[in-house]
Design a protein around this ligand. Structure first.
Ligand SMILES: Nc1ncnc2c1ncn2[C@@H]1O[C@H](COP(=O)(O)OP(=O)(O)O)[C@@H](O)[C@H]1O
Ligand SMILES: [Mg+2]
Length: 254
């Protein structure tokens, strides 16, 4: 529990100012969130009334066994799915008040996604992959290229910009995915088991990278993982069991 003490001893407003000069309140506020699949006897209650909030510039880990509802929750917070009940506010915006176009715009502009399977486009170079979200926002090529290289340097891949995913290791591919998630300068990064396909040492380095970008970019991260050794890097751990929060630990102060 000593690893980021020094950084965390700086004033608590640091993350907020880096993310947004004007916004106040939590980055994510979830209230009595419910999601069921199917109807009748075969209904699966994936989330049974979840409430929590995530502060700006905070790294929150979501843990829980397979099937506990982590992916369902992340998909809802990311606007990829709609809840059966309850509400989600992202940066003060009520997702329930948005139509499909509104949710799409919110996803593109304010959220970066990182998945277990990296999700890179095989035909594109690392730099081009990082550029994809900017292309969707019609950022001009020169600016795109410059930012892609800046972000690849940030994740330690300055010398790999022209390699394709197949020419990179799993850990390197996940670094590209993290650079891509940062491309549009999102307030929130949602990562669903980002280390699930990596060996434990590489996984740890990916979590350390997420920890580092929380600090340097002021971004907020919500990450699902069931690797207990990675929990110590989080500011906060929320545990799900069968669609409910079972415990919510603040980081143990040393
Ligand atoms: N699209 C779906 N249709 C039916 N059941 C689903 C669907 N998505 C998730 N579930 C169910 O919801 C529960 C929670 O799943 P999930 O959120 O994927 O858990 P986790 O990510 O923690 O492993 C599981 O019982 C799963 O089978
Ligand atoms: Mg999952």
């Amino acid at each position: 529990m000593t690893r980021h003490q020094a950084a965390d001893s700086t004033p608590t407003t640091t993350g907020a100012t880096a993310t947004s000069a004007t916004a106040t309140g939590p980055m994510v506020a979830v209230t009595d969130l419910r999601r069921s699949f199917g109807t009748g006897e075969r209904t699966v209650h994936a989330l049974r009334g979840i409430s929590f909030s995530v502060g700006r510039g905070e790294l929150t880990a979501l843990k829980g066994r397979s099937g506990s509802g982590k992916t369902t929750l992340l998909n809802l917070v990311g606007g990829l799915d709609a809840p059966t009940g309850g509400s989600i506010a992202l940066d003060g915006i009520d997702l329930g008040g948005l139509n499909e176009d509104g949710r799409l715009a919110l996803r593109r502009e304010r959220i970066g996604f990182v998945f277990q399977s990296f999700g890179l486009i095989p035909m594109l170079t690392a730099a081009e992959n990082v550029g994809v979200p900017m292309r969707l926002r019609k950022v001009l090529p020169a600016e795109r290229e410059e930012r892609a290289h800046t972000l690849l340097a940030l994740v330690g891949l300055a010398d790999h910009a022209n390699q394709r995913p197949g020419e990179l290791s799993g850990g390197q591919q996940q670094r590209v995915a993290i650079a891509r998630a940062l491309a549009n300068d999102p307030g929130l990064i949602i990562a669903d088991e980002p280390t699930g396909q990596l060996d434990s040492e590489t996984g740890r380095s990916i979590m350390e990278l997420l920890r580092a970008v929380v600090r340097s970019e002021g971004v907020t991260v919500l990450v699902a993982t069931h690797d207990p050794t990675l929990m110590e890097l989080a500011d906060r751990v929320i545990e799900l069991h069968d669609g409910r929060i079972v415990e919510e630990d603040a980081e143990q102060a040393a």
